[in-house]
Design a protein around this ligand. Structure first.
Ligand code: PBG
Ligand code: ZN
Length: 279
């Protein structure tokens, strides 16, 4: 994606410092491991890339809120968000086996110093399992930002390339939500809250503003929205072709996300926005 880069471990503390200096309050970490396998072992390794990045950032900028993506797709050889079983032409994602590995991953992030863990896998029951494990291990102060309503979307394309995690077979429709189904999104959000989510996240952003608004209005909880890679790429491409001004477009989009109910916005323009909106 234009202007978006994978960082080496040695660069991450400096990047965090820049974020802090710009007045940003939080970062969201995604990891790309050296080794991928079918149990996602690098996702919950003590010296995994994200675990090391958390320690490096907290050592340099202790006040920066560190949120970590909790998922298995970047660490799985097959690129799915959970443990899979293939029978002939069909494959299944095994929910409970996946939740067990996601829980280990979340715990290892908390142990490394993450302030919030953000499960993005969409397995059932993972918020409750993670909350319970965190509490049982002395991490009752570690929060959970749940991807409560994550739709199966074409707009994740550029991210999958950047994160080297496209599924090697099949798609994610068995665990991500159908974009036609608003009520299911609200049910998922209600379940995640019951299971102990602190922040509910809706993703993608602009095509799902109605969901964002309903989640914020119905539950009255801190609500986040993720303006995803494909949404970013559309604006970049349009601006590059001279159809509109990038900065004006981004400010209009971000304003609409706030108007639509977002307390938090996850965006690839965070650093630019901090500069553009500096008082
Ligand atoms: C996977 C994950 C995805 C994104 C974040 N985590 C995409 C997917 O489901 O393939 C998308 C982020 C973006 O597009 O910016 N757990
Ligand atoms: Zn995933």
């Amino acid at each position: 994606m234009p202007g978006v880069f994978q960082l080496a471990l040695a660069e991450v503390a400096e990047e965090a410092q820049q974020a802090c200096d710009l007045g940003l309050q939080a970062v969201l970490l995604f990891g790309i491991p050296n080794e991928k396998d079918d149990q996602a072992k690098s996702a919950y390794a003590d010296n995994g890339i994200v675990q090391q990045a958390i320690r490096a950032i907290k050592a340099r900028c202790p006040e920066l809120v560190v949120i970590t993506d909790v998922c298995l797709c970047e660490y799985m050889s097959h690129g799915h968000c959970g443990v899979t079983r293939v029978d002939g032409e069909h494959f299944h994602v095994l929910n409970d086996e996946s939740v067990a590995l996601l829980t280990k991953t979340a715990l290892s992030h908390a142990a490394a110093g993450a302030d919030l863990v953000a499960p993005s896998d969409m397995m059932d029951g993972r918020i409750g399992a993670i909350r319970e494990a965190l509490d049982a291990n002395g991490f009752d102060q570690t929060g959970i930002m749940s991807y409560a309503a994550k739709f199966a979307s074409v707009f994740y394309g550029p991210f999958r390339e950047a994160a080297e995690s496209p599924p090697q077979f099949g798609d994610r429709r068995s665990y991500q939500m159908d974009s036609a189904n608003a009520r299911e999104a609200l049910r998922e959000a209600a379940l995640d809250l019951e299971e102990g989510a602190d922040i509910l996240l809706v993703k993608p952003a602009l095509p799902y503003l109605d969901i964002l608004w309903q989640v914020r209005e119905r539950f009255g909880k801190p609500t986040a929205v993720y303006h995803v890679s494909g949404e970013f790429a559309m604006v970049k491409a349009g601006a590059e072709r001279g159809y509109f001004d990038e900065r004006a477009a981004v400010l209009e989009i971000m304003t609409s996300l706030k108007r639509g109910g977002a307390d938090l916005i996850v965006t690839y323009w965070a650093k630019e926005l901090a500069e553009w909106t500096r008082p």
